[in-house]
Design a protein around this ligand. Structure first.
Ligand SMILES: [Zn+2]
Length: 414
């Protein structure tokens, strides 16, 4: 028998399609916000502004339990994606637009059936840690305090009211139907500037100091360090050069470099970050150059609430077999949902229905039922179960132990 979510699925696909075709980078998601606000208004649902330029929430019901749902608004620069923005290459190659459509549709459908408790979808800006120069300007202008959207919202206390949070993310073109209890890495972000001394590249290279050579030495050192990484720590260092020199006929005066250091293990992450700094300083010194290093905390590793995932798993099994669920997956991805999971019982599950590579120009939605409808039904059924079982929500809250308090967290962010 078809239920109400099946019956109006075309509305869900149309909303998802519109969002997918309007990708915007973090803190610039004004069109996506308008599309979603119009959608909620047309269904008589109130939307509340949450600041930080584009953050907002849509709420139904009142009282307890209080269920928070999380959907990310932002896109990521992706050269050559068919729907990439002409100016900044923003594209939904991480599928965040589908999260927004799934959560919005589930909320609209829940509105007609909930009898107790409240459900809010939090639309969060800027999950992708990118476009950093623009965001640093926003920090200077006091429009935001941190690079990541949820970090701003978390430190402002905007998530404090909810009992728990449910989030979801595409798995890209993984062979599984759903994933559950997936780990996410922590990371730190580093910006380094190698300083040399420009002289004529052909006439007087002996009088110069080559910042690009300092960088190349450092890059080799990073690769030599890789054999010191333990497999179980899942360490990754990935990087780009923004500027490799100023003009080809001069010895490079300056090289600008960015990297993430990631690990599933917070201690290994900090130790590796220190090794990277030492390598940069000493490689620069070896050829008479210098380096300035700026480290910014990225996101914390994810802690999945297994009690919530037990309910989600039962609802997933309505659409697939047990062996089609990737349980306890180890993922090297990271997200600011990890920070939220330190303070509240939180889950992020994965869904399928995509082809191509995440963050690649070929990522697209290949199966509307898997990419939109089934996850909407999983959210709908899970929320209804939790609202109808307040004792279970109490147990979730009781068993949850925050691994850091707000004071410690603020100290870590500084
Ligand atoms: Zn993503």
């Amino acid at each position: 028998m078809k239920n109400t979510l099946d019956r109006d699925a075309k509305e869900l696909y149309a909303l998802g399609d519109e969002l997918f075709k309007h990708p915007e980078l973090g803190y610039k998601e004004f069109t996506n916000k308008k599309i979603l606000t119009d959608y909620f208004t047309s269904h008589g649902i109130k939307v509340t502004e949450l600041g930080f330029r584009t953050a907002f929430k849509a709420t139904i019901g009142s009282g307890s339990p209080k269920i928070g749902l999380i959907a990310e608004l932002d896109a990521i620069p992706t050269l050559g994606h068919p729907f990439a923005d002409k100016k900044d290459n923003a594209a939904h190659s991480c599928g965040h637009s589908t999260q927004c459509a799934i959560m919005a549709y589930a909320l609209v459908k829940l509105k007609d059936v909930i009898k107790n408790g409240s459900v809010s979808v939090y639309f969060t800006p800027a999950e992708e840690f990118t476009d950093v120069a623009f965001r640093k300007q926003l920090i200077k202008k006091h429009e935001i305090n941190y690079i990541g959207g949820k970090i701003n919202m978390l430190t402002a206390g905007l998530f404090d009211d909810e009992d728990l949070f449910i989030h979801l993310h595409t798995m890209g073109s993984s062979g599984y139907h759903f994933s559950l209890n997936t780990s996410l890495c922590g990371f730190v972000y580093k910006e380094m500037i190698f300083h040399g001394k420009a002289t004529h590249a052909a006439v007087a290279p002996d009088k110069g100091i080559n910042a690009l050579n300092a960088f190349v030495l450092f890059d080799n050192a990073i690769n030599m360090l890789r054999e010191t990484f333990k497999e179980e720590d899942y360490i990754r260092i990935h990087d780009i050069i923004d500027e490799g020199g100023q003009t080809v006929n001069s010895i490079p005066e300056k090289v600008i470099y960015e990297c993430y250091v990631r690990s599933l293990n917070s201690n290994a992450l900090l130790k590796t970050a220190e090794k990277v700094d030492n390598a940069a300083k000493n490689c620069a010194k070896a050829i008479g150059a210098s380096v300035t290093i700026k480290t910014t905390p990225g996101y914390l590793p994810m802690h999945q609430c297994r009690l919530i995932n037990d309910v989600i798993k039962k609802n997933m099994l309505k659409y697939c077999k047990l062996e089609e669920i990737h349980d306890d997956e180890i993922s090297m991805a990271a997200g600011d949902i990890g920070d939220l999971s330190i303070f509240k019982p939180t889950v992020q599950f994965g869904y399928s229905g995509f082809s191509g590579n995440c963050h690649g120009k070929d990522l697209c939605i290949s199966d509307n039922v898997r990419a939109y409808l089934e996850p909407s039904k999983v959210i709908y059924d899970t929320v209804l179960y939790l609202l109808n079982h307040p004792d279970y929500v109490d147990r979730i809250k009781k068993e949850f132990k925050p691994s850091m308090d707000k004071k410690e967290y603020l100290a870590y962010l500084d």
